[in-house]
Design a protein. Sequence first.
Length: 301
Amino acid sequence: MELIMIVLPVFLVFGIGYISQKLLKMDIKSISAMALYILLPLLTFDTFYRNELTVDYLYLFIFSIIITVILIGITILAGWFMKSTKEDISAILLGSLFPNSGNYGAPVMLFALGAVAFDYAIVLMVLHGFIISTVGIFIASFGSGATISVKDAVISIFRIPVIYGAAAGLLFQLADISIDDKLMDIIQMTGNASIPVVMLILGMQLAQIKKENFELRNINAVVIIRMVISPVVAMVLVLFMPVDETMKMVFIILNAMPVAANSTMLAVQFNVKPNLVSFSTLVTTLLSLLTIPLFLYLIGV
């Protein structure tokens, strides 16, 4: 019950966003833009400015790539056994590869393990954003039959606002540029506002998802790979990660998170079974109320 209470407050905020959207029909796009272009970049700037750049960041990136490659292989193999179409496999990949490390993962890490784990989660969120904006775009374009060049994928990286916040934070840190305490307080205060805002946004997005008729096997594939196989693979990989225990736990739990909201955005943009990916987001988010406490227990929280 204690572990469920770590996740439950997050769900309560999701619920507030869900109910608010049902009642008020707010403009999610404008609120998301504020979080994406103002709040989150300030949060990542603060995180990368305060936390000393170490080789651990490199290990996080390398092992994030490794788990992505492993999950791609597992998903393609599952699609082959199910005799899925190219579009189905792409949609399943969008659901199974990319965890919701920003709206969901970071708050859970804050409640479960504290401020240090939260900082690690923000770093991993930026890395996941980098991966989804490259690998995710290729997968979505493959499923839609569109052609996208390596150049286009690279350009897409520079459209991620948090990348600029992280880069500026690292630059200020490496150049040993000091910031006035009062100004830093404002940056931290504004950046910290991003966490409840993105949690509300996820609840609002879930309120707009409608149940559709899907092939059950496709939903099952996303649920099993995203909610079971991904964290189990992460638990194996951390055995080889030369980082501290807190970072290992963050890596496992963030890879146990439900489908990322950005996956739905890519599915809509490239018209790759958007209803399937959206509904997978809803199903995995609801299931996470049980699975996240389980994996928190397994890692010893």
